[in-house]
Ligand binder design. Sequence first.
Ligand code: FES
Length: 142
Amino acid sequence: MSSKETRIGEIIAEHIHREGSLLPILNDVQAELGCVDAAAEAIIADRLNLSRAEVHGVVSFYHDYKPEADPRPVVQICRAEACKARGVEALVGAAATAAGERVKIETVYCLGLCSAGPAARTGDDLHIRLDEAAIAKLVENA
Ligand code: FES
């Protein structure tokens, strides 16, 4: 058994006795391994007595679960209506230019900061009232 399989097994053991254990398991696998790939889905399905299709359905529904690890830092930019009204679309190009291939830019739809947009997230940090210079600096520092 690989160290990855062992760690997935440990994560499952930490949560399996909880009601609704699938999402906490998926969250921890994503956080620790950087992805929930097909092998992880198979292990989780087996241990939770679910079909692989059931687990894959949940994994593919939530955008936070990635099918393969991407080591690049991520900047999530909100492009939902309130942030659009506050000019986020004009910032996307600046973010992409600053990112190049080094940083992954993801679009999300609402970070719960609608009155203070344009908004973005890096890791656990939220950023508000962004302009072109601020988002470029944010991406460069990611
Ligand atoms: S619309 Fe952007 S944070 Fe809600």
